[in-house]
Design a protein around this ligand. Sequence first.
Ligand code: SAM
Length: 322
Amino acid sequence: MSIPPATQAIQTIESVFEQQLISEITANLKADQKSISSKFFYDAIGSDLFDQICHLPEYYPYRTEMNMLPKIAADMAALVKQPIELVEFGAGSLTKIRILLKSINMIQSVVPIDIAQTHLQKAADALARDYPEVAVSPIFADFTQPLALQSHNTLPKLGFFPGSTIGNFNREFALQFLQRIRRTLGDNSQLLIGVDTKKSAQVLHRAYNDQAGITAKFNLNILSHLNHIANANFDLQKFEHYAFYNPHFSRIEMHLVSQVEQSVVINNKPIDLHLGETIHTENSYKYRPDEFIHLARMAGWTIQQEWLAEDDMFSVFLFDAL
Ligand SMILES: C[S@@+](CC[C@H](N)C(=O)[O-])C[C@H]1O[C@@H](n2cnc3c(N)ncnc32)[C@H](O)[C@@H]1O
């Protein structure tokens, strides 16, 4: 049997990408409710800060899902009877993939997709070193855009989307995303997805307003990332982190609040901000399990198995392609 290649070169699409991104950033900062897409959190510093958030006592989603995964992986090992390719969307540090690889020995190939190129490459190289029998083929891409896997194999795909990253999309976009990955992953595919649940607003509030101030640093770092990639001059001292649960939309909203009247230049264009005006940086939608199963069904996925953490703190679903 031939040994699969280790990490293949990341498919770089940088230059086209950059121009599109800068136009997108400027347009969103000129809207009535200013916003910056949460995908810009993840430069090298943002990726490291996210890893720190995962270990905060208040941040229950990471801890809860990590505690659930060994049992899920064992249940899945019994279900997966043929070799498969695992495709993770927004793969980050690949910590969760490792738990699946430990139990599901039918995973022959791993395709981690992420927008944070350096972080992804480092994590993929380490995974390839630790699992030489598994092909690791990272893709540097924006998963909110149409994506071709360009697989060199015909293995059935298992999509993996943990961490409730789906919660960053509004319902309409979540539906479109689930439809799109259904097409990308193809017939006979499955999707393992972690989704945060509705719960006490106080628990939610604490999770996004930690005592150590790491979430605030993470939120503010998005401005520093824009200073680098979009030729902007945000002064981080002039903004404050603000996160709250909006029960009307069942979502946490993260904003950056301007502490003064100010004008910021971005890509040679001025953006004016009033004292107290906010830039909306992230949503994190929370779902009841039946709501999410219904949404996935509309996108072409049918429920195969569901796991709920103690006190319904977090949910993980395995869906089959319809
Ligand atoms: C909340 S972290 C989750 C990381 C990992 N999947 C986990 O569950 O621990 C989100 C990850 O998605 C990546 N990401 C965010 N937006 C993205 C986008 N539009 N396209 C590709 N990757 C994205 C980030 O770089 C980050 O690694």
